[in-house]
Ligand binder design. Sequence first.
Ligand code: ATP
Length: 302
Amino acid sequence: MRKKMLFIYNPHAGKGKIRHLLSNIIELFVKNGYEVVTYATLGEKDAKRIVLDCLNREKYDIVVCSGGDGTLNEVIDGIMSGNKKIKIGYIPAGTTNDFAYSLGLPKNMPKSAQVVVNGQSFLCDVGNLNGEYFAYTAAFGIFTDASYATPQTSKNMLGRLAYILEGIKRLPNWKSYHIKITCKNRVIQDNFIYGMVANSDSIGGFKGITGKDVLLDDGLFEGVFIKVPQNVLDLQSIINDLLRGNVKSNHIFYLPVQEIQITSEEPVPWTIDGEYGGEFKSVHIKNLKQAISIIRNNPTKA
Ligand SMILES: Nc1ncnc2c1ncn2[C@@H]1O[C@H](COP(=O)(O)OP(=O)(O)OP(=O)(O)O)[C@@H](O)[C@H]1O
C-alpha cells in the first residue's frame, strides 16, 4: 500500500522557483511509493490551517513543506498545536532559509526532495513563545522587523541583499527597551537594543551570530541580548563580536536557555521565525526538547 504524503508549498516563497520544479518533485515522491496530496498556500497562516484540517481528517505518514522559514514555522506550529506525531520533510525555497542551513539541507530543491525520500529522521527541539510554536528563533529589537517588512518583490529581485538594505534603513534611529530577564535563578535588568532566543547558527542569512555552541537537539536555545551601545566605538565592537560569533563580550549578554521570562514596562514587538509575532509586555519562552521529527541527511551531525 502507498504511504500517504501531505505536501504543502508556498508558490511565492523565494523567487517562486517551485513553479518550475513542482512536477519533477511530485514525480519523485510518487516513484518512491507515496500518494501525494498537494496544497498551495494562499496567504498568512494557510499552511497551519491546512496541516490542522488534513491531519484531523485523515491519517498521513509524512508532511512535506516547501517555502521559506515562515512556511516551515506554520507547519511546525500546526503539527505541535494539533498535538500530532508525524515526520516532517522540508524543501527550502525561501530567501535566507536559516533553519535549513542549520539542518544541513541542500539549497538545491530537487536535492532536498531527494533527502525527503532517502534521509533519516532527526529529533529536533522546538520553541514555544506564549503558546505559539517556533522552529528556530524568537527575537525583538533593531533589525528584527526587517525580516517581515522587506517586500516580497525586493526579496525576489535582490535576495538576501534586500534584508541588508532594509536593516541599514533602521540604523540611524534604533530603539532600546528596558528589559527584565529571568532565567533559572538569574535576574538581569538592562537596556537592550536587541534580544534573541535561537536554535540556529544562521539568522537572517548571517552565519555564526548565535555563537559556536549551537546544537539543535540539546534542549537548549542560545539567548543573545545586545546592550545599548554608548558610543560609536561600542557599536563597532558589537558588530565585530557578532561577525566573529563572539557572543561572550562586554556588550552582549549571552546565556543558554531552557526556559526564560522576558518582561518590560512597554509592549515589545517580537519576530518569530522571521515573521511578525505580536507585541508583548511579558514573554515566556520554553524549549521543547526533541519535540519534532525532521528528515535530513545525517541525523548525528547538528
Ligand atoms: N500565496 C501566498 N501569498 C502571499 N503570502 C503567502 C502565500 N502563502 C503563504 N504566504 C505567507 O508568506 C509568509 C512567508 O513565506 P515564506 O517564509 O515561505 O517565504 P519567504 O518570505 O520568501 O522566505 P524567507 O522567510 O526565507 O524570506 C508565510 O509565513 C505566509 O504567511
